[in-house]
Design a protein around this ligand. Sequence first.
Ligand code: SF4
Length: 109
Amino acid sequence: MIPDSMPLRVGVYICHCGVNIAGKVDVADVSEWAGSLPHVVISRNYKFMCSEPGQAMIETDIRDHGLNRVVVASCSPRLHGKTFMETCRRPGSILIILIWRRSGNRCPG
Ligand code: SF4
């Protein structure tokens, strides 16, 4: 449990989903913008966030940067919510999933 008095340290992870998201959204731009927001200490984008290297990136950042909140902008939590919950639970952070799916896209979530 993270005490309320602890300063927020947020990591933001923008997923490309190959070209499913990156073909429609400028993920690098969104990532750079997210990095400028208050309390965000690191913001990254990666081609497949649910892959082992993607999860390892989040887990390593939680440890190295002392993150206590993680935002993953990707597909539906129905598909990978549990995956990222586990990724964050291991080093002891809290996951927030942001969904940017829109109707008609081809993201498998
Ligand atoms: S399935 Fe979801 S988490 Fe995995 S690469 Fe696609 S959008 Fe990212």
